[in-house]
Design a protein around this ligand. Structure first.
Ligand code: NAD
Length: 295
């Protein structure tokens, strides 16, 4: 089965391509970066295309012949590019990749959405979630261009499954971590639970996220489903309720039943139930109790 990975040179794409090869898929990779003109290294994808997905013609060309499109390409947050660039790049890329997947007769489109869709993480006028852990039923009120484009991308998927035979899955990953980022990103928060981050100390391991993508490719779920994908624990093992009450303006937040004191503020229960996805990694595999790298 031919699987196209967009955003293949990014943090998720770099981990995902070898994981899909290992799972037995014939992987095509694409990104904005130049190809390797020399003979590719053993861990590189030979079928790599340099494509700007905002160019519809190029998007249709690269998607052609693929059975599944895993669309990770995006500007991954709203603060380092102008708002119209974030919104325009991300929404048009998703539109073109999805349209091309429909025309190509692909059986599934895996849309990388974001934990930011409900809106409180990057809100210009801050507001709190209604409840924690947040799940797919939470209301959606994005203010920033990144979360808004991600939400609109989910809506495109919602509409696509009505007009075509394609099946769609939107994944809302939590803050993604790999070997290169655990200590830098999470280390300070492991040491100090008062450091505030918009998702209340939640994260996801990139390899667990890749396992979720494999589950999505292998599922026969019809229509369009949205799944949060988060590691089950908080950064630093900080107790969720106490941390939110002590260090965040969380007075209005209701707490639902937690499976553990350090449960993530993002629930992946739906992915565990419908995809059989079970995360197996933790920040503890990479960092000691002081947030320093074990490797
Ligand atoms: N990193 C996170 O914490 C996080 C959290 C939630 C959701 N996400 C989403 O997951 C996906 C992957 O994130 P990442 O961390 O790998 O981001 P990344 O920035 O490391 O990689 C994204 C890749 O997309 C490519 N890209 C951007 N615009 C493109 C275009 N117009 N045409 C072709 N390629 C383009 C970039 O060149 C880059 O290599 C993104 O959709 C992001 O929004 C990421």
């Amino acid at each position: 089965m031919k699987v196209l990975v967009t955003g293949a040179r990014g943090k998720v794409g770099r981990a995902l391509c070898p994981r899909l090869v290992e799972a037995g898929y014939d992987v095509r990779a694409t990104d904005l970066a130049l190809p390797t003109w020399d003979r590719v290294a053993p861990d590189e994808i030979e079928d790599y295309w340099q494509v700007d997905l905002t160019d519809a013609g190029a998007a249709h060309a690269v998607v052609g012949g693929c059975d599944v499109v895993v669309h990770t390409a995006a500007i991954p947050q709203p603060f380092h590019s102008a708002p119209h660039v974030v919104f325009g790049n991300n929404l048009l890329s998703t539109f073109n990749a999805l349209e091309a997947a429909i025309v190509a007769g692909a059986k599934r489109f895996v849309n990388f959405s974001s934990e930011t869709v409900p809106g409180f993480i990057f809100a210009y006028r801050g507001f709190e979630p209604e409840y924690l852990p947040v799940d797919e039923e939470h209301s959606i009120r994005p203010q920033d261009p990144y979360a808004t484009a991600k939400w609109f991308g989910e809506l495109l998927c919602e509409r696509a499954v009505e007009r075509a035979d394609i099946r769609c899955t939107s994944i809302r990953p939590c803050w993604v971590q790999d070997e290169s980022s655990y200590e830098r990103n999470l280390g300070p928060i492991v040491r100090d639970s008062s450091i505030r981050i918009g998702n209340y100390c939640s994260y996801v391991d990139v390899y667990d996220l890749c396992d979720a993508v494999v589950r999505v490719i292998e599922t026969d779920l019809p229509g369009h489903e949205v799944f949060y994908i988060a590691s089950p624990d908080t950064i630093g093992g900080h107790p969720l309720v106490d941390t939110v009450r002590e260090h965040y303006d969380g007075a209005g937040i209701a707490f639902r039943d937690l499976e553990r004191a350090d449960a993530s503020a993002i629930s992946s229960a739906k992915a565990q139930r419908l995809l059989g996805w079970t995360p197996t990694r933790s920040w503890r595999d990479y960092l000691d109790d002081d947030g320093r790298s074990r490797r």
